[in-house]
Design a binder for this molecule. Structure first.
Ligand SMILES: Cc1ncc(COP(=O)(O)O)c(C=O)c1O
Length: 386
């Protein structure tokens, strides 16, 4: 095969994701996996039943329509109106995707030219760097720093150049738990409008905000026509394996993203789309109980990690807690996470893998709390032995 590397140079260095490595380590060592963010119980039985019924009734078993089934596009539009106060036309302004992951990929592949600069909040969810690279664009990190991880808006202004095309946001933010405030969103929106930038915003944790509220940047003046909002059913309904996500944006933006999306998967998850349409229409109690349950779990794990000697940054949103391991006499999160399963039977994720500026992330380690109370209690007991 000659000497040329098989993997193209845009993806060089992006080997196995850390989640695969750590989940395999959890299985091999029988550890409690607080690494990858997937719940250990499934979502509502009524929603699971709707998916099973759809399969058995032959709804969605053959290629569904490219933009998504009309029932789900209608339900997404209703959800955006009900929770975010934004009206979208289900026929032209909603696109169903294979999870938020495909929505991110399709948006970046559709909207970027090689050489365009993308300013993204660092630490980044791992698919952002890969998708920016696949588009041939350049990522420009706006680093969020401990202890509060608030974005430095002056720094953001200074990062904008004539080559900047797009701001890639994520709020509530994985892994820090930051929730962008109305003032921060207004400042970011003003920068986008002033420099005529597009905004892609990943809001998959929109229903997991523990203090304050989730505010959509698309609702701010001048933003609707330049914002691609992305969300998915995985986190909100605890069905991460179904991979049903969606984009809401103006018709021209949806048309652009759809053009890329149709050559990635074309369509996916036919029967699950019917079930997610039902899920999005669940009463408010569902969303309130889901959040209250995770708040209890957040506090259980945060208190346990503090007692075990970690410095804990209690998240405002998401189901992740970022910690600093320095008080434990540790310096390097990657080494710490590789050793943790053998030391105490718990798996976590080193935040350094989400940073270009690896020094900023070196002592930080992320734990998820989307697990059953007994599992979290056992994890806390084990971590207490450190
Ligand atoms: C910030 C963020 N975006 C997107 C995703 C992936 O979403 P989906 O499973 O819908 O593709 C995740 C999953 O962990 C995430 O944390």
């Amino acid at each position: 095969m000659g000497t040329r590397p098989l993997l193209n140079r845009r993806l060089a260095g992006m080997g196995t994701t850390i989640f695969a490595e750590m989940s395999a380590l959890a299985t091999a060592t029988g550890s409690i996996n607080l690494g990858q963010g997937f719940p250990d119980t499934d979502g509502p039985a009524s929603v699971a039943r709707a998916a099973a019924d759809a399969v058995l009734a032959g709804r969605g078993n053959q290629y569904p329509p490219g933009p998504g089934i009309p029932e789900l596009r209608q339900a997404v539009a209703e959800h955006q109106q009900r929770f975010r106060g934004i009206a979208y036309d289900p026929d032209t302004e909603v696109l169903v995707t294979a999870g938020a992951t495909e929505a991110i990929a399709a948006a970046l592949l559709a909207l970027l030219e090689p050489g365009d600069e993308v300013i993204a909040l660092e630490p980044f969810y791992d698919s952002y760097a890969a998708c920016i690279a696949m588009a041939g664009a350049v990522r420009v990190p706006l680093t969020l720093r401990a202890p509060d991880f608030r974005p430095d808006l002056d720094r953001l202004r200074s990062l904008v150049t004539p080559r900047t095309r797009l701001l890639l946001l994520n709020s509530p933010h994985n892994p820090t738990g930051l929730v962008l405030s109305p003032a921060e969103l207004a400042a970011i929106a003003a920068i986008a409008v002033e420099h005529d930038l597009l905004v892609v915003t990943d809001e998959v944790y929109e229903h997991l905000v523990f203090s304050g509220a989730h505010h959509p940047i698309a609702a701010l003046p001048g933003m609707r026509e330049r914002t691609v909002s992305i969300s998915s059913a995985g986190k909100t309904f605890s069905f991460t394996g179904w991979k049903v996500g969606w984009v809401t944006a103006s018709a021209p933006l949806v048309a652009a993203v759809r053009t890329a999306k149709q050559y990635l998967t074309y369509v996916s998850a036919g029967p699950f789309q019917y079930a997610v349409a039902d899920a999005l229409r669940l009463p408010d109690d569902y969303f309130d109980d889901f959040r209250a349950d995770l708040l209890r779990k957040r506090d259980l794990l945060a208190d346990g990690l503090s007692a075990a000697g970690f410095r804990v940054f209690r998240p405002e949103g998401t189901y992740f807690i970022t910690t600093d391991i320095t008080p434990l006499g540790e310096k390097d999160g990657i080494e710490f996470c590789r050793a943790l399963p053998a030391r105490c039977g718990v798996v976590a994720i080193p935040n350094a893998v989400f940073y270009d500026d690896t020094e900023a992330g070196r002592p930080l380690v992320r734990f998820t709390f989307c697990k059953q109370i007994e599992v979290l209690e056992e994890a806390v007991t084990r971590l207490g032995r450190l």
